[in-house]
Design a protein. Structure first.
Length: 347
C-alpha cells in the first residue's frame, strides 16, 4: 500500500515476479477490496501462490514515526512485518515511509544480539561485471566507530551469502586511501577493521574513495548513512541526467541505441531493493517512487536473501564476529519516548 504509487505499482510487480519465479509465494498485505480490484484490473485475481492479508490502515509517506508506531497498529506495514516475526513470511518488502519502516521493523522484530543499529544495504554495478555492496545508505546519519564496524561485519556476511564469496573484501569510504586521512570516526573505524584483518576475522582492504565503488575495487563499501544517502541520490541523479541527455537530439538517440546494452547497467531501477540488516528478520526497502519494473527488482532481492538463508548466516556469523566490547546491546525502541534523532533523519 505504500510508496508514491501504492497498489498500481506493487500489484503488477508482484504478478510479474510470480510468473517468473515458480517456487515463490507472495502475501499481499493491505486493504483487501483495494488489492482485489487492482488484481482484477491486471488479470491476476486467479493467480495461484498469491494470497491477501487484510490490514485496515496505511502508513502515509508523510506520517511521523510516532504515528506509525503508536496509532496505526493495524497498518499494512506493521502487519507485513509481524508476518515475518511469526514465521508466516520469510521476508517483507515495502516501498513505504523509510523512517517508519525502520522504526516499526526495529520495534517488532528487534535487533540481533550485539547489533546496536540496523543499516540499509544495497548494491551498485561495477566494471568487473559484479555488484558492489554499500552500507549504510541512510538509516544512521550520525555514527560512532563501533557502528561502522558493525556495518562492515553485516555487509560482509550479506555479500558472502548472496554472491558466494567466502571472504569479501571490505573498503572504508574516505577522502583518501592513506590511513592518516579522514575524520576521527573514520580513522578510529580503520583501527578496528585493521585489527580484525590482523586476526583473520574480516578481509579489510583499507580506505577506498568514491570512484572505487564503480571500479569494483572491493566487494563491500562502508560509510555512515549521511554520506551513503547523499552518494546514492547523486548517483541516481547522474543516471537520470544521462538518460535525458541521450534523448536530446536524433544523433544522441542513435548513439543510445548502439549503447543500450551498456546503458542498462546504469539503470538505477535494476538496483532497487535495500536490505535492513541487523534485524531478527528480513526486511527490504524499495524506493518510494519505484515503478513496477523497479519494485519487482526489490521483490527479487528479498527472494534471493530468503532463498540463500541470509538471515541464518547473518545470525551465525554476527554472533561469531561481533565483538563484545563495543557496548552495543540489543534494546527495543521505546514507544512512549521522543523519537530519536537517528529515526527522524532516516525518515
Amino acid at each position: 500500500m505504500g510508496g508514491d504509487h501504492g497498489p498500481s505499482v506493487t500489484i503488477p510487480a508482484a504478478i510479474s515476479f510470480l510468473k517468473k519465479q515458480d517456487d515463490a509465494e507472495l502475501v499481499l498485505v493491505g486493504v483487501e477490496e483495494v488489492l482485489r480490484a487492482e488484481l482484477k484490473k491486471h488479470h491476476g485475481d486467479k493467480l495461484p501462490r498469491l494470497t491477501i492479508k487484510h490490514a485496515t490502515e496505511v502508513v502515509a509517506m508523510d506520517d511521523p514515526i510516532e504515528v506509525a508506531l503508536r496509532r496505526k497498529k493495524d497498518s499494512s506495514m506493521r502487519v507485513a512485518i509481524e508476518l515475518v516475526k511469526d514465521g508466516s513470511a520469510n521476508a517483507c518488502v515495502s516501498a513505504g515511509n523509510t523512517g517508519a519502516l525502520m522504526a516499526v521493523s526495529r520495534y517488532v522484530l528487534k535487533t540481533m544480539p550485539g547489533v546496536d543499529r540496523p543499516a540499509i544495504c544495497s548494491i551498485m554495478p561495477n566494471q568487473k561485471n559484479g555488484p558492489t555492496y554499500i552500507l549504510d545508505l541512510g538509516a544512521n546519519v550520525d555514527c560512532e566507530p563501533h557502528h561502522l564496524h558493525q556495518f562492515a561485519i553485516m555487509g560482509s556476511v550479506l555479500c558472502s551469502a548472496i554472491e558466494g564469496i567466502p571472504r569479501p573484501t571490505i573498503g572504508l569510504l574516505n577522502v583518501g586511501t592513506e590511513d592518516i586521512k579522514g575524520n576521527e570516526v573514520v580513522k578510529a573505524t580503520g583501527v578496528l577493521l585493521r585489527d580484525d584483518a590482523a586476526r583473520g576475522k574480516l578481509n579489510f582492504y583499507g580506505n577506498v574513495e568514491g570512484n572505487d565503488i564503480f571500479k569494483g575495487t572491493v566487494d563491500v563499501v562502508v560509510c555512515d548513512g549521511f554520506v551513503g544517502n547523499v552518494m546514492l541520490k547523486a548517483i541516481e541523479g547522474l543516471s537520470r541526467f544521462m538518460k535525458t541527455t541521450f534523448k536530446a537530439d536524433i544523433m544522441s538517440m542513435v548513439g543510445a541505441v548502439f549503447a543500450r546494452k551498456a546503458l542498462k547497467k546504469l539503470n538505477p531501477e535494476r538496483y532497487n531493493g535495500a536490505g535492513l540488516l541487523g534485524l531478527k528478520g528480513l526486511v527490504f526497502k524499495s524506493h518510494g517512487g519505484a515503478n513496477a519494473y523497479s519494485f519487482e527488482w526489490a521483490i527479487k532481492r528479498a527472494y534471493e536473501a530468503a532463498h540463500n538463508n541470509v538471515q541464518e548466516q547473518l545470525s551465525a556469523l554476527i554472533t561469531e564476529l561481533m565483538p563484545n566490547s563495543t557496548g552495543a546491546a540489543e534494546a527495543p525502541m521505546p514507544v512512549l519516548e521522543p523519537v530519536s534523532t537517528i529515526e527522524r533523519q532516516a525518515q
